[in-house]
Ligand binder design. Structure first.
Ligand code: ZN
Length: 170
């Protein structure tokens, strides 16, 4: 079965900055990642590279920043009250996940003051051309409910108790 829109793909990946050391791998966690194709679950460049592949395929993909996490933008600094960080230790250059109105978001700490913290809202991988090594583990048809939700349920995907709140969109 080929990879195309509305199919579920389970795959292993290793990502590095082009010419650099690996920064993250699904193999660190052991389990492959599961995504629903065509629903923006992963960066556009990687979706494009996976189209038409099948289970058992291994390949590399070079994804320019524009098709990955976008170019770095200036003026994306924001001053946030320190209490929003809970009690955690904060250091300049450190990446933390902040709960925002738009959901959890990875930010980089720029400056730590007495009661406020300046953060850079650019994604930590923004502006970087990325290299992926991919191994496709499984390709299957998505269930109707997965297509409606726009994400995968079960192995490697979401587990948010749909039986309890059937019919409710998340
Ligand atoms: Zn769901």
């Amino acid at each position: 079965m080929k990879i195309e829109k509305d199919r579920v793909v389970r795959f292993h990946y290793t990502v590095s900055e082009q010419g650099g050391e690996p920064v993250e791998s699904s193999k660190d966690r052991g389990e492959p990642l599961a995504i629903l194709m065509g629903h923006g679950n992963i960066i556009p460049g990687l979706e494009k590279a996976m189209e038409g592949r099948a289970a058992g395929d291994s390949f590399s993909a070079e994804v320019p920043a524009a098709e990955a996490y976008g170019e770095r933008r200036d003026g994306l600094s924001q001053r946030v009250p320190k209490k929003h960080f809970g009690g955690q230790k904060l250091g300049v250059g450190q990446q933390v996940v902040l709960n925002t109105n738009f959901g959890p978001r990875a930010v980089t700490i720029q400056k730590v003051g007495m009661s406020v913290v300046d953060v850079d809202l650019n994604h930590p991988m923004a502006g970087k051309d990325l290299h992926f090594d991919i191994e496709i583990v499984e390709v299957r048809e998505a269930q109707q409910v997965e297509i409606e939700h726009g994400h995968v349920h079960g192995d490697g995907g979401h587990d948010h108790g749909h039986d309890a709140d059937a019919g409710k969109a998340d």
